[in-house]
Design a protein around this ligand. Structure first.
Ligand SMILES: Cc1ncc(COP(=O)(O)O)c(C=O)c1O
Length: 397
């Protein structure tokens, strides 16, 4: 049977050569290669500082901590994200407060953020879902008026902008992931980007036990004593991870263009299909195109999910809303019906393969399989279950 993988990374000879060099060097942990990556990454984003860490989850946690968010504080965020987003808030010692999302994009609804602000609110943590940026101008305006910190989860949005604004430009910090399904990867890895020098300095300490000298500084010349003036974590990016990332950075836009091309082909193919909808890319914005998700009838979603896999197409669900995951239900007493738009998306969504190495032929195969599987599921359900479910655009907020 034909197989189209859900994801394939872009690691090739350039990256293996850089890693091989890194492995021959004396310092394997945080050193010169990390610094080179941080400079190039910040330059790509037009930001002042980038700080390399071991994951986006760590990046989010440290960014919150660096801005003084901690126990007793509330952070307003979205339930329509990977669980990492709200776990990072909990790891910082604060409490996530979810608000519902926009039906067109799945992004946190800026209008609802304001209503969720309490005396304990300290920060807003928007997630640029699938690569479409949230309304950062509005979020910044609310935060400015209410004296709140903004930390962006830009795991999907490296290449994105909206109304001329890129991640990190209207927030205290933006956090990125280098997990394998992201634009560039180091297997695991992440970074925080900020324009505030004090935040960058704090992050460098927090990622390494609160220490004021990294190993490369301590040992490369003569031994120097170091101090730790706060309790930090062990989240520092190493030179091997950075060596994987540096060459990929040169190709970010080329990789993005191919994902954009594939996404547009999917959009054209599925816009003719009455049973398939998908999130919108808003005018005056560039989506990072991290993922392409379709929205199908919620009663047929799992049949379609299994059906496409049976025909060799790798798919995923991004995301089942965080508040309905067992830990969150149990710990915070969340129930169904609290965030209806996020829940509707969570029940209807299927993520399709989207990566530069996907061939045109594979894209056509995916489209054919999805359409046939959807048609089959729609036919069999029609006989059993009546008309199709409410479309997202008609869900009341
Ligand atoms: C929106 C979002 N935020 C955060 C993360 C966490 O990233 P990491 O695995 O690098 O911690 C992910 C990972 O897939 C994600 O999709």
């Amino acid at each position: 049977m034909r197989k189209v993988e859900f994801f394939k990374h872009n690691i090739g000879p350039e990256e293996t050569a850089r890693v091989s060099d890194a492995l021959k060097a004396l310092v394997l942990t945080t050193g010169e290669v990390v610094q080179e990556f941080e400079e190039r990454f910040a330059a790509y984003l037009g930001a002042r500082w980038a700080v390399g860490v071991t994951s986006c989850t760590a990046a989010l946690q440290l960014a919150l901590l660096a801005r003084g968010v901690g126990p007793g504080d509330e952070v307003i965020t979205t339930p329509m994200s990977f669980v990492a987003t709200s776990n990072a808030i909990l790891h910082a010692g604060a409490s996530p407060v979810f608000v519902d999302v926009e039906p067109e994009t799945g992004n946190v609804s800026a209008g609802l953020i304001e209503q969720a602000i309490s005396p304990r609110t300290k920060a807003i943590l928007p997630v640029h879902l699938y690569g479409q940026m949230c309304d950062m101008k509005r979020i910044r305006e609310i935060a400015g008026r209410q004296g709140l910190v903004v930390i962006e989860d830009a795991a999907h949005a490296l290449e994105a902008w909206r109304e001329g604004v890129r991640p990190g430009q209207l927030s205290e910090a933006a956090c990125f992931s280098f997990y394998p399904t992201k634009s560039i990867t180091s297997g695991e890895g992440g970074a925080v980007v900020t324009n505030t020098t004090e935040i960058a300095q704090e992050l460098r300490k927090l990622r390494l036990h609160g220490m004021d000298l990294a190993a490369a500084d301590r040992y490369s010349k003569r031994y120097q004593h170091w101090d730790a003036d706060c309790l930090g974590w062990k989240y520092n990016m190493d030179n091997i991870q950075a060596a994987l990332l540096v060459p990929q950075l040169r190709h970010v836009e080329r990789y993005w263009r191919r994902r954009e091309e594939i996404s547009r082909r999917y959009e054209t193919a599925f816009s003719e299909d009455p049973h398939v909808d998908f999130p919108k890319v808003l005018p005056d914005s560039k989506s990072g195109r991290n993922s392409f998700t379709i929205w199908v009838d919620r009663r047929r979603r799992d049949d379609i999910l299994w059906g496409t896999q049976e025909r060799g197409v790798g798919v995923a669900v991004n995301f089942r809303p965080i508040h309905l995951l067992s830990y969150y239900r149990r710990t915070f007493d969340y129930r169904e019906g609290m965030f209806p738009v996020a829940e509707e998306i969570g029940q209807r969504t299927i993520t399709l393969p989207l990566y530069p190495r996907l061939t045109d032929d594979e894209v056509e195969y995916v489209i054919g399989v999805v359409k046939q599987t959807v048609r089959k599921a729609s036919g069999s359900r029609k006989r059993r279950a009546g008309p199709r479910a409410t479309s997202l655009s008609r869900v009341k907020r």
